[in-house]
Ligand binder design. Structure first.
Ligand code: NAD
Ligand code: 0WE
Length: 254
């Protein structure tokens, strides 16, 4: 088993449609110990049974916009586990208003919020968990092609994902001397909670089916298998990379 004796900390599981769920399933199948974050009491009720189903060791409250909550989480994880071998960042948020209409209308507050939750949080987590990361630990985050090209309505999230991908490279440079790898997975569109109610999402899914080299959409398990590669020793020579799991859509020109 690829992740035997490895401890994997997962931020961003909301329900069994979450990308983090597909990742956790693959980690579990390969022998990892798991722990999950949630945000606030209402989400605890959803995350608790999923953690039980997947044999998670513990769950903990952590809003990634709070330095205090991140610090407490790091303290708890140190007490429970002592160290972390795999850290998954699968977190994003922007105001719904900012995911429709023109990017130019983004407010300062909306911009700050989207970049704080969706980009800075990766650096904040690396900062707080650096002392707990084992030699050869693997950190990974989830991104989207809207960081590279204009995708209608993705707007401020595209800017946040561009910052997230650049952060991945700088964090890889900082943590590399400890053997720690930092990578991003750029997933194709998947129907999750974060994709619900997005206008035009169905059209995006059909475009992929019609045009992507593999002529199909990807799912949580496709991403989970790539995450397993990044979490394991199979990716020992790769850091600072953005790995596309998108049926090849990103390679297309005309
Ligand atoms: P999801 O809604 O299941 O997951 C998003 C998670 O972010 C939730 O668990 C939510 O609780 C968490 N979150 C939001 N604000 C937070 C905060 N302040 N502190 C801590 N956690 C917070 O949706 P998903 O599609 O699984 O999204 C996971 C990641 O994958 C996101 O980064 C998203 O941008 C990325 N992604 C999604 C798609 C897609 O099409 N679904 C494609 C590419 C990348
Ligand atoms: O990163 C994402 C989704 C991120 C997201 C989604 C929401 C919806 C609910 C961030 N914040 C919120 N805030 C909410 O209130 N994806 C890659 C999925 C996604 O979202 C889109 C997409 C795709 C693909 C938005 C517009 C266009 C395409």
């Amino acid at each position: 088993m690829l992740l035997e004796n490895k401890k994997a900390l997962i931020f961003g599981l909301a329900n069994n449609k979450s990308i983090a769920y597909g990742i956790a399933e693959n980690f579990k199948k390969n022998g990892a110990s798991l722990a999950f974050s949630y945000v606030g009491e209402p989400l605890k009720k959803r995350v608790e049974p999923i953690s039980q189903e997947l044999g998670g060791d513990f769950i903990f409250d952590c809003d990634v916009t709070s330095d205090d909550q991140i610090k407490s989480a790091a303290r708890l994880v140190r007490e429970k586990w002592g160290q972390v071998d795999v850290l998954v960042h699968s977190v994003a948020f922007a105001n719904r208003d900012d995911l429709q209409g023109r990017f130019i209308d983004t407010t300062r507050e909306g911009f700050k919020l989207a970049l704080d939750v969706s980009a800075y949080s990766l650096t904040a987590l690396c900062q707080a968990f650096e002392p707990l990361l084992s030699k050869n630990a693997s950190v990974m985050t989830m991104t989207y092609y809207g960081s590279q090209k204009v995708i209608t309505n993705y707007n401020v999230m595209g800017v946040a994902k561009a910052a997230l991908e650049a952060s991945t490279r700088y964090l890889a440079a900082d943590l590399g001397m400890n053997g720690v790898r930092v990578n991003a997975i750029s997933a194709g569109p998947i129907k999750t909670l974060a994709a619900s109610g997005i206008s035009g999402f169905k059209t995006i899914l059909s475009t992929i089916e019609e045009k992507a080299p593999l002529r199909r959409n990807v799912d949580q398990n496709d991403v989970g298998k790539a995450a397993l590669y990044l979490a394991s020793d199979l990716s020992s020579g790769t850091t600072g990379e953005v790995l596309y799991v998108d049926s090849g859509y990103n390679v297309l020109g005309i």
